[in-house]
Design a protein around this ligand. Structure first.
Ligand code: UD2
Length: 309
C-alpha cells in the first residue's frame, strides 16, 4: 500500500519532521501542520516544496477540517511533549494534548480519513517495576502528560467503535536522533549530553546514573509509523516502539564521551523528582503483528546523531 496523501501534525518538530521527510521520499503528498511552539521551520526547510507547511494549531477545528480532507493517513505527532511542563501547567498541556487530539480525531472521522497514527508514550506505564514493559500491563500514569497520552489512546479506541475510524497508537520509548532540540532543560538526555560533549563541558547526571532507558532511533520510529499506517493488522491497536534493550545513563555518557573524544567526568546531582528508574520495552507485539525490527544499533545511531550537534 502506498500513502497518496498524508497530514503530519507536529511535522516541524523532531519526530514529525523525519516522518514528513520519509513520506515525501516515498512519493506521498505531505502537509505539515505545526504551531511552531517547539517545532522549527528549519527542520523542514531542506524539503523545499516537497511538503506543504501550514502554521496553525491542532485546537483549530476549522483548519483541521480543511487539512484532513482527502488524506489517507493522518500522523498525529503534535503535543506539549514535556512531562515537567505538564506538571507545572496541567491545564495548558491538557488543552493541547487532549482537546487537540479530540479535534484531530473528529476532523479525521468527518472527512473519512483512512487511518490515524497517534504518538503515545511509554509514560503511560509509570513506575511499574515489572520489566520489560508490555502492552498487556495495566497503565499507571503518574503525570498529567501520561494521563493525557493514555486518554488519547482511549479516545482513539472510542472513535473506532463509534465511527469506524481506524487508529493505531504508538507508545514511544526514549527517542533520539538529529534535530532533537537540546535547548530546554527538559530536552532528551542524548541531545543534552551531545551538546555538552561537543562544547567540552561536563554533563550533569541526576541520581547515581544507574537508571536505565530504552533509546530508539528516530529512524526506527519512522519505520514503526509507516508500518502502522499501511499494515492491515495494525488497525485498532496499541504498540510499544523501542528496541527491547536498555542502557544505564552513566554508560550512555561514557559512549558519547568516547565518540566525541572527551573524557570529562560527569557532575552528579540529586535524582529528578518523578523520574522513573528503569525503562525497557517489550517489542514482541509490534514485531509479530507488523514485522517491526529496530535497525539502528545504539552506538552507530549515536555516532550518526553526534554529527548533527
Ligand atoms: C522520557 C520522555 C518523556 C516521557 C517519559 C516517559 C524524552 C525527552 N522524554 O522522559 O516525554 O515519555 O520518557 O517516562 O524522551 N538525565 C540526566 N542528565 C540530564 C538529562 C537527563 O541524568 O542532563 C537523566 C534523567 O534523570 C533520566 C534520563 O536521563 O533518568 C532520561 O531523561 P530524559 O529527560 O531524556 O527522558 P525521560 O525518560 O525522563
Amino acid at each position: 500500500t502506498t500513502i497518496q496523501r498524508a497530514l503530519v501534525t507536529g511535522g516541524a518538530g523532531f519526530i514529525g519532521s523525519h516522518l514528513a521527510e520519509a513520506l515525501m521520499k516515498q512519493g506521498s503528498r505531505v502537509t505539515v501542520l505545526d504551531n511552531l511552539s517547539t517545532g522549527h521551520r528549519h527542520n523542514i526547510a531542506h524539503l523545499g516544496d516537497g511538503v506543504e507547511f501550514v502554521e496553525g494549531d491542532i485546537r483549530d477545528a476549522g483548519l483541521l477540517n480543511r487539512l484532513a480532507e482527502g488524506c489517507d493517513v493522518v500522523f498525529h505527532q503534535a503535543a506539549v511533549v514535556s512531562v515537567t511542563l505538564s506538571v507545572q501547567d496541567p491545564s495548558h498541556s491538557c488543552e493541547v494534548n487532549d482537546l487537540g487530539t479530540v479535534r484531530v480525531l473528529d476532523a479525521c472521522r468527518r472527512n473519512g480519513v483512512g487511518r490515524v497514527v497517534m504518538a503515545s508514550s511509554s509514560a503511560v506505564y509509570g513506575d511499574d517495576p515489572q520489566l520489560p514493559k508490555a502492552e498487556s500491563m495495566p497503565p499507571r500514569p503518574m503525570s498529567p502528560y501520561a494521563v493525557q497520552k493514555l486518554t488519547g489512546e482511549f479516545y482513539a479506541a472510542a472513535f473506532g467503535g463509534l465511527y469506524g475510524l481506524e487508529t493505531v497508537c504508538l507508545r514511544y520509548f526514549n527517542v533520539y536522533g538529529p534535530r532533537q532540540d537540546p535547548s530546554s532543560p527538559y530536552s532528551g538526555v542524548i541531545s543534552i549530553f551531545m551538546t555538552k560533549a561537543v562544547a567540552g563541558q561536563a554533563p550533569t547526571i541526576y541520581g547515581d546514573g544507574s537508571q536505565s532507558r530504552d533509546f530508539v532511533s528516530v529512524r526506527d520510529v519512522v519505520q514503526a509509523n509507516l508500518l502502522a499506517a499501511t499494515q492491515t493488522a495494525a488497525a485498532g491497536r496499541v504498540f510499544n516502539v523501542g528496541t527491547g534493550h536498555f542502557i544505564r545513563i552513566h554508560d550512555l555518557w561514557t559512549i558519547i564521551g568516547e565518540l566525541a573524544h572527551t573524557n570529562l567526568e560527569p557532575v552528579f546531582a540529586p535524582p529528578r523528582a518523578g523520574d522513573i528508574r528503569e525503562s525497557v520495552s517489550d517489542i514482541g507485539e509490534i514485531s509479530s503483528a507488523l514485522g517491526f525490527r529496530p535497525r539502528v544499533e545504539l552506538r552507530q545511531g549515536l555516532a550518526d546523531t553526534l554529527d548533527w550537534y
